[in-house]
Write a protein that binds this ligand. Structure first.
Ligand code: NAP
Length: 307
């Protein structure tokens, strides 16, 4: 893969932006990558570790002359960040983002995009429970999906260029409607995170009773929950607030299923339990066959990929 853009600006320098930088450099997808983060500490770290060709002290400076600007901040901060940098955008540039929720980001960002600038929201389905400028790595997006959610009237050339960038960073790209995206992700990512947060919270309450046995004898199932529940609190707070309707819909369904399982256990209905677990096992096999996970005993999770 060769150069797609002359200059790319990354706004917010955490896990996703730093992984993008290393992946862009690996494949030579841009001549120069500028970066900006709101805190001096993050900018200092970025300069120390060589994250970005040029780290700027303002968002406007970072986006000046950029052909592509990617907003890599929490979902709840996207609108304000877009408003701040909008006056410095180059005509003909593309603005994109990596937010985990799409409808709320579109509603918050689109009003600030000047005419003559393209806005193509995106969401890479890849991440880890780590955050910050030092947590990124060049292979994060390898063989992971990146969903583009362009508006119907979006410029096809701009979409294709962004698609080439993500493919160059190792991702598989698909286009999706924003509301559909939010519903799908509430099932595959948002609700599971909330359930993991809850399970770890319950175990924490219990560990006070059992004198930390929960931690000492932590088994694979619970350990996996704790990894998910270690995800960034700001990011996930914003995801739930921004994808409220879809998450509540899925949690409602989840609660109904949980009650059905609860009733089966109380009644000793082994057939119901066995049938249910057989169906879910098939789903797991489907995920492995689709290349979305591995059947290694530890789920292959050295550097876990989630979103
Ligand atoms: P991160 O590692 O926590 O980095 C967040 C960056 O945003 C930091 O540079 C931070 O600046 C900046 N920031 C935080 N609050 C801000 C605010 N109010 N105004 C301006 N800047 C702010 O986060 P990340 O994991 O890269 O996530 C970034 C985006 O990617 C989020 O929208 C998230 O939904 C999405 N995403 C995350 C994952 C994942 O698994 N982590 C996967 C896919 C998509 P300072 O460092 O200066 O505080």
């Amino acid at each position: 893969m060769s150069q797609v853009y002359d200059r790319v600006a990354l706004i917010g320098l955490g896990l996703i932006a730093s992984s993008m930088f290393w992946a862009i450099k690996r494949a030579g997808l841009a001549v120069e990558v500028t970066g900006y983060a709101r805190s001096q500490e993050t900018r200092d770290t970025a300069r120390r570790i060589g994250l970005c060709d040029r780290v700027c002290d303002s968002a406007r400076e970072a986006v000046e002359g950029a052909d592509l600007v990617v907003l890599c901040v929490p979902v709840g901060a996207m609108g304000q960040v877009a408003a701040d940098l909008a006056p410095a955008l180059k005509p003909g540039a593309t603005v994109s983002d990596v937010g985990s929720v799409k409808r709320a980001v579109i509603d918050a960002v689109a009003p600030h995009i000047p005419s003559g600038v393209h806005f193509i929201p995106a969401h890479p389905l890849a991440g880890t429970e780590h955050s910050g400028p030092e947590s990124g790595f060049e292979s994060l997006f390898d063989n992971r999906w990146c969903l583009l959610v362009p508006d119907n009237g979006a410029d096809e050339q701009a979409i294709v260029a962004l698609q080439q960038l993500w493919q160059g960073m190792g991702a598989k790209v698909e286009r999706m409607d924003p509301d559909h995206h939010d519903l799908v992700l509430s099932v595959t990512s948002h609700a599971p995170h909330l359930i993991a947060y809850t399970m770890v919270g319950v175990a924490d309450d219990l560990s006070r009773v059992t004198d930390s046995e929960v931690i000492q004898y932590s088994a694979a199932g619970f350990r996996d929950f704790t990894r998910i529940a270690a995800s960034d609190p700001t990011m996930w707070r914003d995801v739930f607030l921004a994808n409220k309707d879809a998450t509540l819909e899925i949690l409602g369904r989840f609660t109904e299923e949980l009650f059905a399982l609860q009733r089966a256990i109380r009644r000793g209905d082994g057939t119901h339990l066995h049938d249910y677990f057989t169906r879910t096992r098939q789903i797991r096999r489907g995920i492995i066959e689709a290349g979305q996970d591995t059947d290694a005993p530890d789920f292959g999770r050295g550097q876990a990929a989630k979103d």
